[in-house]
Design a protein around this ligand. Structure first.
Ligand code: ZN
Ligand code: ZN
Length: 276
């Protein structure tokens, strides 16, 4: 049984299944049935005007999370989170701060979906791009996420190898020599450690045939070897049927590396939760 799911999207996020039943309550009911102890609702808030940006009504997200706490708070540790993206961009900082001041979430998942130059892996047609372009866009992603980790206000860094989900989907993963990325990812992980931030392990890609989480197993090992101890685990499920899926696989892997537990967040304060 997975201990937690710290990254889920209900119908409040514009890219999630919009069916009425895809709501906080069905997520909680499913989590309880699956023996999950901790859940964070992390609706999208992409603070950019790009056409591919995904967002939500942040006030509604807060109301819904509070409703879930009222109804199921005794059986389940429920956190009101937010997936706040692109807040490293100078033009987004003030807006991000206003969102945080207004909705006072328990937990902030920091993320980056669209590169600063507008490269959007989710919508782009990879077949139109050369290997050279794709590799250089990956370098851009990495330098932007390092900048994000160094400068932004967040609790855990989401899916730090996000482009790889799409490289895999479009059969271009073979052009990447992961060993070359150990150094920059090492820099990213050291930054997270220095700032006391968590690293998210995102299990979404374990549901498909990529067979690796984000970041991949080798990079998780690198983080642990460098002394990284703070993890949040999330399914990134956009439907209640996905809550907690493949988290146990990730849990087993980090346990095998000697990791003792995971992090949860309430009012932006971290708690270490030991594995049973
Ligand atoms: Zn995301
Ligand atoms: Zn997400």
């Amino acid at each position: 049984m997975p201990i937690c799911d710290m990254h889920v999207h209900t119908r409040i996020s514009s890219d999630a299944d919009q069916a009425q039943e895809n709501n906080v309550l069905t997520f909680c009911e499913t989590a309880i049935k699956r023996g999950i102890k901790h859940i964070a609702f992390t609706e999208h808030c992409d603070i950019i005007p790009d056409p591919g940006a995904i967002t939500c009504d942040v006030a509604e997200a807060k109301r819904e999370a509070e409703l879930a706490k009222e109804k199921y708070g005794k059986e389940l540790d429920i956190m009101h989170g937010i997936e706040l993206a692109h807040i490293h961009r100078p033009e987004c900082k003030a807006f991000a701060q206003n969102v945080l001041n207004d909705v006072t979430p328990d937990f902030v998942l920091g993320s980056l979906h669209i590169n600063d130059d507008g490269t959007d892996y989710y919508t782009m047609d990879f077949s139109q791009y050369s290997d050279e372009f794709l590799l250089s866009s990956l370098d851009d992603y990495l330098s932007q996420i390092i900048h994000f980790a160094k400068t932004c206000d967040f609790d855990s860094l989401a899916h730090c190898t996000y482009p790889l989900r799409y490289f895999h989907m479009h059969s271009r993963l073979g052009i990447i020599d992961m060993k070359k990325y150990f150094e920059p990812y090492g820099e990213l992980f050291k930054t997270l450690m220095e700032r006391g931030k968590s690293l998210e392990i995102n299990s979404s890609t374990l549901r498909g045939d990529y067979k690796q989480p984000l970041p991949c197993f080798d990079l998780i090992k690198l983080y642990v070897d460098l002394g990284g101890k703070r993890f949040t685990l999330g399914s990134d499920g956009h439907h209640f049927s996905l809550v907690g899926t493949k988290i146990d696989e990730v849990e087993d892997y980090i346990k095998s590396l000697g990791v003792q537990g995971i992090m949860t967040y309430h009012n932006r304060q971290e708690s270490f939760v030991k594995f049973d």
